[in-house]
Ligand binder design. Sequence first.
Ligand SMILES: [Zn+2]
Length: 282
Amino acid sequence: MKVVDGHLHSSPKGLGGYAIATKFKDVGGVFMVLVSLPPNHYGLPGGLEGLIKSFDLHVRECKAASEAGVLVVCLAGIHPSYVDSLVKDLGLHRIDEILHVIENALKHLITLRREGFIQGFGEFGRPHYKTLPESLVLNELIMSEVFEIARDTDSIVHLHLEQAGIATVKTVDAYVRSANLPKKRVVFHHASINVVRYAEELGYYSTILGREELIAKALSLNLKNVLIESDYIDDPGRPGVVMYPWELVKEVEEVARKKAIPTQDLLSRFLENVKYVYDVDL
Ligand SMILES: [Zn+2]
C-alpha cells in the first residue's frame, strides 16, 4: 500500500519532520509535500531575517523528513495570512516597505531553489477570510511575481485561496497565463469541491483534505485531478489540526469500503497524480 500526502507542515516545536515522516511511513506513506510555516509558528521574529530563518529551518525539516525514508518535495513560501498580518501590524502607509521585504525574501527563495534545497513555492495566494482590500491586492501582486519566478525556475506553486468557485479559479488562471507558467505547476491547495471542479475544467490539479466525505464527494463527481492532503500543522498547542497524515489511509479505506472498490485502486489514483504533477517515480 502506497500512501501520499499532498500538503502538510512540520515544526521542530512539534513532532518535527523526522518523527512525522517515520509515523507516516509506518502506515504506508511514501511521499509528502512539506510546506513551510510562517516565522511566528517557529517562534522566529518578523522582518526579512525571520522569513529567511524560517525558510532555512524548513529546509532542515525537509532533510530530516527525507532521512526517515519518505520522498519529500520541499516547498517554502510566505502565507497570505502572514502578509495580511504585516499589513495590519505595520499599517497601510508601509505597504511599499512590506513589498520590499517580501521581494528580498523571494530572492532568497530563488537561491534555495537554484541550489536544489527546495523544489517549489508555497503557500502563496489570498487570505480565505474577510480582510483589508489593500492586503488582498498586495497578496495578488506577490502571487503574480511568484508565478514568474516559478516559470523561470521550473517550480511548483501551492496556492492558498478563498473558496469562490469559478471566480477563484479564473482569476488565478489569468495570472498563470499572463506569466506563461505551465498549468501543471500550480496546485489549488485545501480546495473545496467546487474549486476542484472548475480547476480541473481548466486543466489544473487540486488537493482536498483527506476526509472520507470529501474523498467520496470527489469520487461521486468523477473528479480526476485530485490529490489528498492532511494539511497537518504540527503545532503542539493545536494537536491534530487539521488532521494527522497517518489518518489518511483510514479515511481512504472507509470510502473504498462504502463504495465497494479495492482500497489500492483508490490509493493508486492519488499516486498516479503525484507522479504526474511532481515528475517523481514511486
Ligand atoms: Zn497548509
